[in-house]
Design a protein. Structure first.
Length: 71
């Protein structure tokens, strides 16, 4: 359950960074460095989340489940 909460928090952070990048893009008309910084944070969070999910799967913390039960 803790891993699910962490994934949700990171996803919210990714969306917040994406939103701030859009805000700075509109406000600075694409000439500011804040847009690049916000999108760099988004890429870093996305990459970290991907690595966390792969590590969790490799260590057995996260297990896949099928939609249909085995017969």
């Amino acid at each position: 359950m803790l891993i699910k909460a962490f994934v949700v928090v990171v996803l919210i952070g990714i969306l917040a960074s994406l939103g701030s990048g859009l805000f700075y893009l509109m406000r600075d008309q694409g000439s500011g460095e804040r847009t690049v910084r916000a999108l760099t944070v988004r890429i870093g969070l996305s990459f970290a989340l991907f690595l966390l999910l792969m590590l969790g799967y490799a260590l057995g913390i996260i297990t896949p489940h099928s939609a249909m039960p085995p017969q």
